[in-house]
Design a protein around this ligand. Structure first.
Ligand SMILES: Nc1ncnc2c1ncn2[C@@H]1O[C@H](COP(=O)(O)OP(=O)(O)OP(=O)(O)O)[C@@H](O)[C@H]1O
Length: 248
């Protein structure tokens, strides 16, 4: 079976159960959002999937293989990536210079084009592709520090895509982005490769309802319900618990 299969996943910190018996699938092409109130366990779940945290019990399989014992770097190598955080961008380097770094890193560990006669050209072509995909072409030679916050978040996304992930976890992609710039993030998510499996953890419900095709609602570490955006918007329990009774 292709994709991510989580079964019976639980995480306890001492006496506190933060994830409880979570079953979750993420398949190629999925656009799934994980929502829930503060402290519901969304970040913990993402950290369990990426290997930052070790589960107390349960299994995580990727393409049918148990990856529960792999560390974060090993999971990235398999193609499970979480977006870079702005703090990892080199602010004094240009967008183009930043984008070269993950490509070089990826190629160093594989049998890629470094060392080939046309290696440099191949890297620049890939950087140009990423710049085009994220509408960053006009900003290629600007320092990251000089970009608007929303644009910096696009650079993060482009950097993560340079790793050629198969599963992409977007952890609050719109956090801190002014509402006048959230369309940049929405557009970028809509332009992600169709076969990528995408999990979006986000508080901005407008963004969630625009990009997600499936929504999973987490409350106190457990999945309360899941369904299409229409199902979730109409769910009385969700409206009461999380949406404050009114998302249209
Ligand atoms: N390392 C830790 N040790 C102890 N408790 C933790 C640890 N990490 C998280 N928690 C607790 O686990 C619960 C869930 O936290 P988590 O950050 O996963 O929630 P969240 O849904 O991502 O919240 P938010 O929306 O505010 O980011 C919280 O009660 C938090 O205090």
């Amino acid at each position: 079976m292709q994709g991510l299969e989580v079964r019976g996943l639980s995480k306890r910190f001492g006496g506190l159960t933060v994830s409880e018996d979570i079953d979750f699938d993420l398949m190629p092409g999925d656009r799934k959002a994980l929502i829930g109130p503060n402290g519901a366990g969304k970040s913990t779940f993402s950290n369990l999937v990426t290997g930052i945290l070790t589960p107390t019990s349960g299994t995580i399989r990727f393409d049918g293989s148990d990856i529960g014992r792999l560390n974060e770097a090993q999971r990235v190598r398999l193609g499970i990536a979480k977006t870079f955080q702005i703090t990892t961008l080199f602010r004094d380097l240009t967008v183009r210079e930043n984008l070269r770094l993950p490509i070089l890193e990826r190629e160093r560990r594989g049998f890629g084009f470094i060392g080939r006669a046309n290696g440099h050209t191949a890297i620049e072509a890939e950087v140009d592709d990423l710049l085009g995909q994220f509408a960053l072409g006009g900003l290629a030679d600007r320092k990251v520090a000089d970009l608007a916050y929303g644009q910096q978040r696009l650079v993060e996304l482009a950097l993560t895509l340079a790793l050629k992930p198969r599963v992409l976890i977007l952890d609050e992609p719109a956090a801190g982005v002014p509402s006048s710039e959230t369309h940049l993030i929405v557009d970028a998510i809509e332009r992600l490769p169709e076969d990528l499996a995408v999990l979006i953890i986000e508080h901005d419900m407008d963004l969630v309802f625009r990009v997600a095709r499936q929504i999973v609602v987490l409350v106190q570490g457990r999945i309360l319900t899941e369904g299409t955006p229409e199902d979730i918007a109409a769910d009385a329990q969700v409206r009461e618990l999380y949406l404050g009774g009114g998302h249209d």
